[in-house]
Design a protein around this ligand. Structure first.
Ligand code: ARG
Length: 694
């Protein structure tokens, strides 16, 4: 019953089915209403990749620490280190405004499948199909954006078999209100990431500001806290096994329809390259980050992002292998193939499986290659930067004086924005490590760029040499180019040549794959259509794609685990936090006052019925990355926790849901409140909340 990430406009159906039976006490209208205030008005997409909720009538926003991580690091310096020490604004005027942070409210959605699909027919190529659909999408956007007030996004579901549009309103003045120290907010680090039992205080607080009329506005000291249409009440009565739990948020991506050979390709070709490439960069980055706190602050967020998916992809390899997921899917596809070759289906579906499998076998090597290349581009700033500025410089160099004068300010701004917050020795060594890995693993040794002789060099020596010759190795040199522009100089610049070659390779669309790709896309769409109409698949919800979903389930323990000292393996306690404590460790250190406060065991109204402080708990909701920061709600729609992770045993969940294994890891809202109220003494924040207590 707990499988599924559902559209809010479809909850009427679910509601009648089993949400009520499981404990939901809200009507569908109270969750999603276009015209009246409802739960959805308190749910926002945060910073593009996470979820958050509004928890006061002064626009207070609650999300994960790892979702606020990059802006907390940005707002920190080695001297005023909010990432390390935590931060609490004593009043609104002390809140900190990061450069770029926005939250997105969901206004409404609707089904436009018929309208979109009436534009296409079976004889179109995939490219023609895409063009026809995009034309219709542009019209739908135009009709629904209310004169530019809203952002309208039209998305495909079920592999292009259905289309829905979503209307959003974005607020761009969002400020940091408070955060615990990293040692609490990221307690357990990468060792505990994706693992249960867990003991992390993964939360941070922000505030949305608007103009005097409550409209979105860019930053101004005159802006006022947003009076959102709705904010979540907070329930501090605690949770127990089988309690109803509902999560609203923006899950990023699942691939529950992925064919067997696609899974096989990921397990054998794509993910191993991803894992290897990530680790190579992490090792280099860590070395420099550990030496210098200001370097640490520059790279902490990027490092955490790479490490997060490094562990995730290895977890997926292990889980998919262990559970034989590809074999399970193969059985389903054999069933489908039989159905597809019945006389009445054969014309349309007969070749689907063969076509799909052919495409994967043609692209296995490419998938591996691409993942090494992406690893390089993802972690090496100077692999991309010259390319990004290069075309502008080229244009500048070939323009006349008047035109140059006009181009100059924008180029300078671009240069300024790109040459910030990096550490050259780290960048050079990351690039060297990634180039070495890429050239050794791919059949594409950048022949024109790196000669056979150079290939034998130590890559650090090679990178040193090209950085010495290139103007892109410093902001001053690029700026000097604006004084003495010369296209030949640019064309021969070794970093520019390297960067352009890598990006050209990345964008390459090999001729021999065009037809197989076209046929694959069509077949994948038909596979999903056929699996649904034949009833072979019972999946009734669309894959996650960063659109708002509801997932419902319950608080649910995993089998007893000696690593968890709690009496039931569905929650953890503050005692467990202290048990893991390792002084001066990177991941398991704690602030000194945390230990002192533990001795007092004074948890007041935040204590559970055993007098302990509950820290994290488990539910069996179906969520994925992007749901981070999502509110966990009880049957009345009151906030009981904050979703922040999944368990590694269930990492095949991206492509196949396993009811027995899959769990969501949540911070107990009582731990959050205790950290704000008692540990951080930010009582004025607690006073803003609507707290429900027996
Ligand atoms: N695994 C979490 C997610 O993908 C991110 C946790 C961040 N913490 C960390 N130690 N890197 O949502």
């Amino acid at each position: 019953a707990n499988e599924g990430m559902w559209f809010l406009m479809h909850i009427k159906r679910l509601n009648q089915r089993d949400m009520q039976k499981m404990g939901l006490q809200l009507t569908p209208e109270e969750i999603y209403s276009i015209n009246n205030q409802s739960l959805k008005d308190a749910i926002v997409q945060f910073g593009g990749g996470c979820t958050a909720s509004i928890i006061s009538d002064n626009g207070l926003v609650l999300t994960n620490h790892h979702c606020g991580y990059n802006v907390i690091a940005e707002l920190s310096t080695a001297e005023q280190n909010h990432l390390k020490n935590g931060f609490w604004a004593g009043s609104m005027d002390q809140e900190l405004k990061p450069q770029n942070l926005s939250v997105r409210f969901f206004v409404r959605m609707d089904d436009v499948s018929e309208r979109i699909l009436s534009q296409v027919n079976a004889s179109m190529t995939e490219k023609e199909r895409e063009a026809a659909i995009n034309k219709e999408i542009a019209k739908i956007q135009e009709e629904n954006n209310d004169g530019g007030k809203y952002t309208v996004s039209v998305r495909s579901f079920y592999q292009g078999n259905e289309y829905y549009y979503f209307v959003y309103e974005d607020y761009t003045d969002v400020r940091l209100v408070g955060t615990p120290p990293e040692s609490i907010g990221k307690y357990g680090g990468d060792t505990d990431n994706w693992e249960w039992p867990r003991h992390t205080g993964d939360f941070s607080l922000f505030r949305v500001y608007a103009d005097a009329n409550g409209q979105p506005a860019s930053y101004s000291p005159d802006n006022v806290p947003l009076k959102a249409k709705y904010h979540l009440p907070v329930n501090i009565n605690g949770v127990k096994e089988n309690d109803f739990a509902m999560i609203l948020g923006y899950p990023g991506r699942t691939n529950r329809w992925m064919p067997a050979e696609g899974i096989e390709q990921n397990v054998k070709y794509a993910y191993p390259a991803w894992v290897e490439g990530s680790k190579r960069s992490m090792d280099v980055m860590k070395k420099y980050m550990d030496k210098d706190e200001s370097v640490n602050l520059m790279y902490a967020s990027q490092y955490a992002g790479i490490a997060n998916y490094w562990k995730n992809r290895q977890g997926m390899i292990d889980a998919l292998t262990k559970h034989g997921t590809a074999a399970t899917k193969r059985k389903i596809e054999a069933k489908f193939d039989k159905w597809a070759n019945k006389p009445q289906n054969k014309d349309k579906f007969g070749d689907v499986i063969k076509t799909i499998n052919n495409y994967y076998s043609l692209t296995n090597e490419k998938a591996q290659h691409d993942n090494y290349l992406i690893s390089l581009l993802r972690s090496s700033k100077f692999a991309i930067l010259p390319y990004r500025i290069g075309s502008g410089l080229e244009n500048y160099a070939t323009s006349n004086e008047a035109k140059r004068k006009e181009l100059r300010p924008r180029l300078l701004a671009l240069i300024n924005s790109l040459y910030t917050d990096y550490h050259l020795p780290l960048e050079k060594e990351v690039m060297a490590a990634q180039l070495e890995l890429y050239t050794s693993k791919s059949n594409y040794p950048l022949p024109e760029l790196i000669s056979q002789e150079e290939m034998k060099l130590d890559f650090n020596t090679y990178v040193d040499a090209i950085f010495n010759l290139s103007m892109f190795s410093s902001k001053e040199r690029v700026e000097a180019f604006l004084e003495y522009p010369d296209s030949d100089l640019l064309a021969n610049d070794p970093l520019y040549k390297l960067s352009s070659a890598l990006l050209d390779k990345y964008r390459e669309d090999p001729e021999e794959l065009q037809q197989p790709l076209n046929d694959f896309q069509r077949s994948f769409r038909l596979l999903v259509e056929g699996l649904r109409t034949s009833g072979i698949s019972r999946i009734r919800y669309p894959d996650a794609n960063s659109t708002l979903r509801l997932s419902y389930g319950k608080v649910r323990a995993l089998p007893k685990d000696p690593r968890n000292d709690a009496d039931k393996n569905n929650y953890t306690t503050f005692k467990g936090v202290i048990n893991k404590y390792k002084p001066n460790d990177d991941e398991f250190d704690l602030p000194k006052d945390m230990l002192e406060i533990y001795e007092k065991k004074d948890y007041g109204r935040y204590a559970n019925e055993k007098g302990q402080l509950s820290v994290n708990f488990l539910t069996d909701n179906d969520i994925t990355g992007g749901n981070s920061g999502s509110p966990v709600l009880n049957g009345k729609g009151e906030l009981i926790g904050l979703a922040f992770d999944g368990n590694i045993e269930a990492m095949a969940g991206d492509v196949i849901f396993d009811d027995n294994l899959q769990r969501t890891i949540n911070v107990d809202i009582r731990y959050v409140l205790w950290l704000i109220d008692n540990y951080s003494n930010a009582k004025h924040i607690v006073d803003e909340l609507t707290i429900v207590e027996n």
